[in-house]
Design a protein around this ligand. Structure first.
Ligand SMILES: *[C@@H]1O[C@H](CO)[C@@H](O)[C@H](O)[C@H]1NC(C)=O
Ligand SMILES: *[C@@H]1O[C@H](CO)[C@@H](O)[C@H](O)[C@H]1NC(C)=O
Ligand SMILES: *[C@@H]1O[C@H](CO)[C@@H](O)[C@H](O)[C@H]1NC(C)=O
Ligand SMILES: *[C@@H]1O[C@H](CO)[C@@H](O)[C@H](O)[C@H]1NC(C)=O
Ligand SMILES: *[C@@H]1O[C@H](CO)[C@@H](O)[C@H](O)[C@H]1NC(C)=O
Ligand SMILES: *[C@@H]1O[C@H](CO)[C@@H](O)[C@H](O)[C@H]1NC(C)=O
Ligand SMILES: *[C@@H]1O[C@H](CO)[C@@H](O)[C@H](O)[C@H]1NC(C)=O
Length: 435
């Protein structure tokens, strides 16, 4: 028995949190980068004991000093799927100095969300901007927005996932806007769903909010309480289900939200839960539920008659909270990257990634049999080495302006823009060019 694993991985963007008395959960409001938007609230289960245990019996949230040093998480990386040469592994490598610096600044990209605009928010160091991902066995060319836009001319590209997916798409928007400033073609009130349009290229970029990929609801059903997340393991999330056919490309991703307390249903019957004390449901474990969700999502993709797109699947992103979690004063004040193998993935995260790789492999085979291509974006390792790339306290504007000892909630999960997440688009372009 151990502390619940909901910790720092389970959240999206946060602005405030409160202790909920009834379930001892933290109610977590996602505030978006726009002032008015407060949309969902999410329940965390950090303050009580969960029956989910990791393989080592170590508590999760993890303790960095007790992490194994082996590269356990990466042995099945997707180099076999890549077509970029025998020795080149885009997903394993190191960060090397890049004197040329970032592709864009807060001046040349007008669309950096405030919470990721670290420079504007007064982050004092800038060294984190001067690194480049250097894959083993090859050189990754610097991002070329013209080339990217040329490839995606007359196409529609969807990003489907949680706030890391949004972080990713915002990075891509900044990168591409160095060639053409896109039009805001659509956004919902809460900016969870957005479309950008690049007129000269007739290219449409879309982000769809679907943190679980499968249907979730907090409604009261079958006597299960309102406000408790219910996951429907046999139902695809409406938010992308009916739009998939529109896309020529998608990037699918997920994982973080499964760390939260939830009840899982199949055929509208409860099959178990993750962290639901007092409810007498079977604890399913986070990886089990994630596997179910991924399997369904991939099956939907490979069996959708009207979808002919190129599918990318991006792997799990670990956070870098130290000395606590997001809700308990955790920080991430590194200013330089880790060296390769200096730091390995927390065990539960590694387990999640393993589930991803296994389900992806199966889906890629099924897709291939139907003439559908699925590609892996196994970015876990690259960004694992970038504890320096997060906003930390600088998700807020000059957080220490009035009090140099102010207690500020840190963000050690999302990434500064510009920042290391820009490398994802370099990797993406590299793979695209070989398609
Ligand atoms: C992490 O583990 C080390 C060694 O086992 C221990 O000394 C340290 O107190 C632990 N830190 C936390 C935050 O639990
Ligand atoms: C950009 O960041 C700099 C600090 O590097 C800051 O002085 C400036 O106000 C920011 N500009 C915008 C438009 O956010
Ligand atoms: C970017 O790509 C375009 C089109 O392929 C090419 O003409 C241009 O030279 C590239 N720019 C750089 C800096 O490599
Ligand atoms: C623009 O892109 C859309 C979406 O891919 C496509 O249906 C349409 O034919 C394109 N328009 C032109 C003029 O090529
Ligand atoms: C919990 O569930 C088990 C098996 O379904 C049942 O035998 C037991 O009586 C239940 N306990 C309570 C307190 O409902
Ligand atoms: C980083 O944060 C820790 C507390 O989490 C603090 O002890 C340490 O001094 C900080 N380092 C720097 C360089 O600010
Ligand atoms: C600092 O004080 C000013 C003036 O009272 C206020 O507007 C601002 O929000 C404060 N900043 C922080 C980070 O608390």
């Amino acid at each position: 028995m151990m502390k619940s694993g909901s910790g720092g991985n389970g959240y999206l963007e946060y602005s405030e949190h409160r202790a909920g008395q009834r379930r001892q959960a933290v109610i977590f409001f996602i505030s978006l980068f726009l002032p008015f938007a407060i949309i969902l609230h999410i329940y965390f289960s950090h303050s009580s004991v969960s029956v989910y245990t990791t393989t080592t019996g170590k508590p999760f949230p993890y303790n960095h000093s007790t992490q194994p040093t082996s590269s356990d998480a990466s042995e099945t990386a997707g180099d076999a799927i890549l077509n970029t040469g025998a020795q080149c592994d885009l997903f394993r490598g190191d960060w090397i100095p890049e004197p040329a610096g970032p592709f864009y600044t807060n001046k040349t990209c007008r669309d950096i969300p405030d919470h990721q605009n670290c420079m504007k928010n007064g982050r004092p160091d800038s060294g984190y901007l001067y690194w480049k991902w250097k894959p083993d066995g090859c050189h990754l060319p610097r991002f070329n927005a013209s080339r990217f836009l040329h490839i995606v001319r007359n196409k529609v590209w969807g990003f489907i996932g949680d706030s890391i997916a949004r972080n990713n798409v915002q990075s891509l928007v900044c990168l591409l806007s160095q060639v053409e400033d896109p039009m805001d073609a659509y956004h919902d009130e809460a900016y969870m769903f957005r479309r950008w349009y690049f007129p000269s290229y007739n290219f449409t970029l879309v982000v769809l909010w679907s943190p679980y990929l499968i249907k979730q609801s907090e409604d009261e059903v079958n006597g299960l309480p309102k406000d408790q997340i219910k996951l429907y393991l046999d139902t695809i999330d409406e938010s992308w289900k009916n739009q998939l056919h529109e896309f020529d490309f998608i990037v699918l991703s997920g994982g973080e939200w499964f760390y939260k307390s939830s009840i899982s249903l199949e055929k509208n019957k409860v099959v178990g839960c993750h962290y639901c004390p007092g409810m007498n449901f079977t604890e399913l474990g986070i990886p089990f539920v994630y596997r179910k969700a991924l399997r369904l999502a991939f099956k939907f993709i490979t069996t959708s008659p009207n979808y002919k797109g190129l599918t990318f699947f991006r792997t799990f992103t670990s956070d870098h909270f130290e000395n606590g979690e997001w809700f308990s004063g955790g920080t991430c004040n590194h200013t330089v990257p880790f060296q390769k193998d200096q730091f390995s993935m927390p065990l539960l995260d590694a387990e999640m990634r393993k589930v991803e790789l296994e389900e992806f492999e199966k889906a890629a085979k099924e897709g291939l049999a139907k003439g559908l291509k699925l590609k892996l974006l196994d970015t876990s390792q690259a960004l694992l080495l970038r504890p320096d790339g997060h906003p930390g306290p600088y998700r807020y504007y000059y957080p220490f302006a009035n009090n140099s000892h102010a207690k500020v909630q840190n963000d050690c999960l999302h990434w500064c823009l510009p920042g290391p997440i820009d490398s994802w688009s370099e990797i993406l372009l590299e793979i695209l060019q070989h398609e």
